[in-house]
Design a protein around this ligand. Structure first.
Ligand code: MN
Ligand code: MN
Length: 470
């Protein structure tokens, strides 16, 4: 028998015992876990390409739910444990549920992510011609750096309701054989004056005009011949006239496809990962949820990027009303159910970016490949506009994730007083639910092309899964 020599000094031993043990998950975890993460993210990339808007994400979630035995919510039914249902709110948000074996008064397990992302919305009178080029006027949605949106290919998604009330679905610019659209920018040679503008004004809101055509109608007599020719094409393709834009919701988004980034393929680059990265992982968690004790819900919501107001956002009552309805079906009180419930507010956090270290407190930032982020609070200035999860609930999550080998980290969104942000956490916490923010760190958040780590994405899925199974 050989004697193992302990070469560690007292200081080394103590350091091992006392210092934080948070490490890069791609170092600590086995090749198998990394492989599982890589293969999980293949489905995620497919979802990103298929669901670029809240309407598409809602439809895609319903499609996947139906494949997995979920059916439309029916309040006349008596759901048995493990029964699966979904409830669609105005085609832009959806609640998916799996009945638990315990009574509803024991509380729900809710994961709530949002499926809207920053983009360029068309104005209601969007079509105009200027000097023989035809454009769409836009009004940007959510927090964007406007200068990032010119000179990239854009696709157009949404719905148009015609004068007879019939609906036309639009999705154009995603396939290689379809045209895309584009906002222009000045050439550097002539940008001297433009470059003197403040960065926020480098491209102004009213300069985010999308080029949609330039070949005039062959008729010398009429004016606005390019607009005429474009409207004619739109009539041929969709049967719409200019006034039909009045009752349309059209969103221009980057036409990029999701793809692997880096020689090691460790990252995913794609539009709208805030917050479809949490939407997809929370969706997969509920689809794979079997025989839970508590009734589990995944909520995919709209309007987070504009402050959660509106009847498809979580500052409205749709989630509360749904829970009250569910409670009534079992003779329970809605407020009793909510008060006993727990929620993971599933949203992204800003990952530390070594190129811009100054905006982060390195010790309190999330980092790519360190696992799913558990964030006690967001908010701005003196923690305003946040739900600060209690130490008790952080402890509960810490034990749950550690027990189930979910690699996780924590971090604030940037340095104190530098800015800040919010999530849906506070709206759900305001319903008297125990809430904490859990999500994936993102590099270049809110840019047309955002980066996440496959390892972190997979750990988010594992976090939502063990929360439902608990
Ligand atoms: Mn978000
Ligand atoms: Mn956001």
């Amino acid at each position: 028998m050989s004697i193992e020599k302990n070469n560690k000094s007292k200081a080394e031993e103590l350091k091992e015992k006392l210092f934080s043990k948070k490490k890069n998950g791609c170092v600590t975890e086995s090749e198998n876990v990394i492989k599982e993460a890589d293969s999980f993210c293949e489905g995620y990339k497919t979802f990103l390409d298929a669901a670029k808007t809240e309407r598409e994400a809602c439809a895609e979630a319903v499609k996947l739910a139906e494949k997995n035995g979920f059916s439309p919510f029916d309040k006349s039914k008596k759901y048995q444990p493990n029964d699966r249902f979904y409830f669609v709110n105005r085609n832009k948000s959806v609640i998916l549920g799996v009945m638990g074996s315990e009574p509803l008064e024991n509380g729900l397990r809710i994961s709530a992510a949002h499926i809207d992302s920053p983009r360029l919305d068309l104005k209601q009178m969007p079509v105009y011609e200027s000097d023989e080029i035809c454009y769409f006027k836009t009004h940007y949605y959510g927090g964007i750096k406007k200068y990032q949106w010119p000179t990239i290919p854009l696709s157009l998604h949404g719905v148009i309701f015609k004068s007879d009330g019939s609906r036309v679905d639009v999705c154009i610019g995603e396939n290689d054989d379809e045209p895309a659209f584009c906002v222009s920018d000045l050439l550097p040679h002539l940008a001297q004056e433009q470059m003197k503008r403040t960065p926020g004004e480098l491209i102004k809101g009213e300069e985010l005009n999308i080029i949609i055509g330039s070949r005039p109608f062959k008729d010398d007599e009429v004016s606005e011949r390019v607009k005429l020719s474009v409207l004619n094409l739109l009539f041929e393709k969709y049967g719409i006239t200019e006034d039909d834009f009045l009752s349309a919701e059209l969103e221009a988004v980057p036409a990029f496809k999701a793809r692997d980034i880096g020689f090691d393929r460790a990252l995913i680059g794609a539009y709208g990962q805030d917050d479809r990265v949490c939407a997809y992982t929370a969706l997969q968690a509920i689809l794979n949820c079997r025989n839970p004790k508590k009734t589990c819900l995944t909520v995919l919501t709209d309007k987070e990027e504009t402050g959660s107001d509106g009847n498809t956002g979580l500052n409205s009552s749709y989630l509360k009303f749904f829970v009250y309805t569910l409670a009534e079906m079992y003779g329970a009180k809605g407020h009793d159910v909510l008060s006993a419930s727990e929620c993971l507010s599933a949203d992204v956090n800003a990952a530390f970016d070594p190129t811009f270290p100054d905006v982060f407190d390195k010790k309190n930032s999330t980092r790519i490949n360190y696992g799913v982020a558990v964030t006690k609070f967001h908010g701005a200035r003196g923690k305003s506009g946040t739900s600060d999860a209690s130490a008790e609930f952080v402890s509960r999550m810490r034990l749950l994730l550690d027990k189930n080998q979910v690699i996780w980290q924590t971090g604030e969104l940037g340095r104190v007083d530098l800015g800040g942000g919010g999530t849906v956490a506070m709206y759900i916490a305001n319903l008297d639910v125990e809430v904490i923010d859990v999500g994936v760190p993102v590099i270049s958040m809110h840019a047309p092309y955002e980066l996440t780590s496959k390892f972190d994405v997979y750990m988010a899925f594992r976090a939502f899964s063990v929360f439902f199974a608990d």
